[in-house]
Design a protein around this ligand. Structure first.
Ligand code: 1CP
Length: 352
């Protein structure tokens, strides 16, 4: 029996929590809300806890990762926790040299660009995921009825860090490799799909109630490249979690033209960035897909008199979809005043 089915909160409830109901296409009495990157640098309690601990080490210390996951749930009263980790954790756990450089993001010891580089990528030992399983189990035990969302990076976004060697604006070297060396591309994306799928499955098996696949940088791709050279590997990454029967969300930035293709990899919910209004996004998806989004993160620093009508507009347009979970159109910017996030949660929960 999996830890999931033995989790007391799951066994006790008759109806699933509002987030899960919305992910399944229902409209609970109150619209659920959480924020991508809700854990992390916008919270003073996070900055305090992280002093002296490297980012990836924090992710791999179960008590710390669990506490950081719980901080925004306690503070904001959001409808879900998102597991505190990073998309490059499975890369590190496979034994590939990667660090999070403060203010920059994931940086690889060696960029992966040739057939030999790809052939040298080590397999991920399932036992290496134990700290992840332990952190999730600890977190779920403390969350009670609030669901935990597990996540992983999609193979393309993950591969972009490996090939570029770090963050990049338009993933030029990555997209060049996709066309110039299709065999290495296929091998690299297969490796990424296997490690990231195992990372996501470990979180769900340990008790996470939903999963989100982040293909953050897929917006740099044409629809043809996405469909032919990326989507099959995103499907492959989701293979180990399909049997686990939890709702799956797919999200990327600047992915308006890709929404139907990203839905077609086999997910239940589409995350939408701030560029596409939710009623438009719903039309593009045939009016049948629950949506998550899409408050513009730029407006978090605007006066409430500007932000409030925007949140209202997001909620109203979200009614075009069968179900709606409020979120931002991308992550919480680090300089966000956290009291603004709490105010949004209160507003969304009281909106009729
Ligand atoms: O020192 C710090 O605080 C480092 C900042 C940081 C944090 C808080 C990084 C480095 N990662 C994280 C945690 C994280 N990463 C979470 C959990 C927190 C939460 O959501 O509450 C999640 C879901 C991620 C996922 C992630 N990492 C994505 C996909 C989501 C997205 O925002 O698009 C991506 C692209 C990454 C790579 C990454 N890791 C860190 C940074 C700064 C970046 C982006 C770098 C870039 O712009 O390319």
């Amino acid at each position: 029996m999996s830890l999931h089915s033995s989790h007391p909160a799951v066994v006790r409830r008759n109806t699933p929590p509002p987030l899960i109901r919305a992910f399944r296409g229902e409209r609970p009495e109150v619209t659920p809300v959480w924020f991508m990157r809700q854990a992390g640098r916008s919270l003073p309690e996070y900055r305090e806890l992280r002093v002296g601990t490297d980012m990836l080490d924090a992710c791999l210390t179960p008590e710390l990762a669990s506490e950081i996951t719980l901080q925004p749930v306690r503070r904001h009263g959001v409808d879900a926790g998102i597991f505190f980790s990073d998309i490059v954790i499975p890369v590190r756990l496979a034994g590939v040299g990667v660090q999070i450089v403060p203010g920059r993001g994931p940086v690889l010891e060696h960029a992966v660009r040739s057939a030999a580089d790809v052939a040298n990528l080590p397999p991920l030992d399932p036992a290496a995921l134990d700290p992840i399983r332990e952190a999730v189990a600890l977190t779920v035990a403390q969350l009670g009825d609030t669901p935990l969302i597990g996540f992983a990076g999609a193979p393309y976004t993950l591969a972009s860090y490996l090939v570029e060697g770090g963050p990049s604006k338009e993933q030029l070297i990555t997209r060049s490799m996709m066309h110039s060396d299709p065999d290495s591309w296929a091998a690299l994306l297969t490796w990424c799909a296997e490690i990231t799928g195992a990372f996501l499955a470990a979180q769900i098996e340990a008790g996470a109630s939903a999963g989100q696949l982040f293909d953050s940088w897929a917006g740099s791709l044409s629809v043809a490249d996405y469909t032919e050279r990326v989507a099959p590997y995103s499907s492959l990454a989701l293979e180990p979690v399909r049997a686990l029967d939890v709702p799956l969300v797919h999200f990327g930035v600047g992915t308006g033209p890709l929404l139907p293709a990203m839905h077609a990899v086999g997910v239940d919910v589409m995350g939408v960035d701030w560029r596409v209004p939710l009623d438009d996004a719903s039309r593009r998806l045939g009016g049948e897909v629950p949506l998550q989004g899409n408050i513009d993160p730029a407006l978090l620093t605007a006066p409430w008199s500007v932000l409030e009508p925007h949140v209202r507009d997001v909620l109203d347009r979200g009614r075009a979809a069968p179900a709606h979970v409020v979120n931002l159109g991308h992550g919480v910017p680090p300089d966000t005043d956290p009291t603004v996030l709490t105010r949004i949660v209160e507003f969304v929960h009281s909106y009729e």
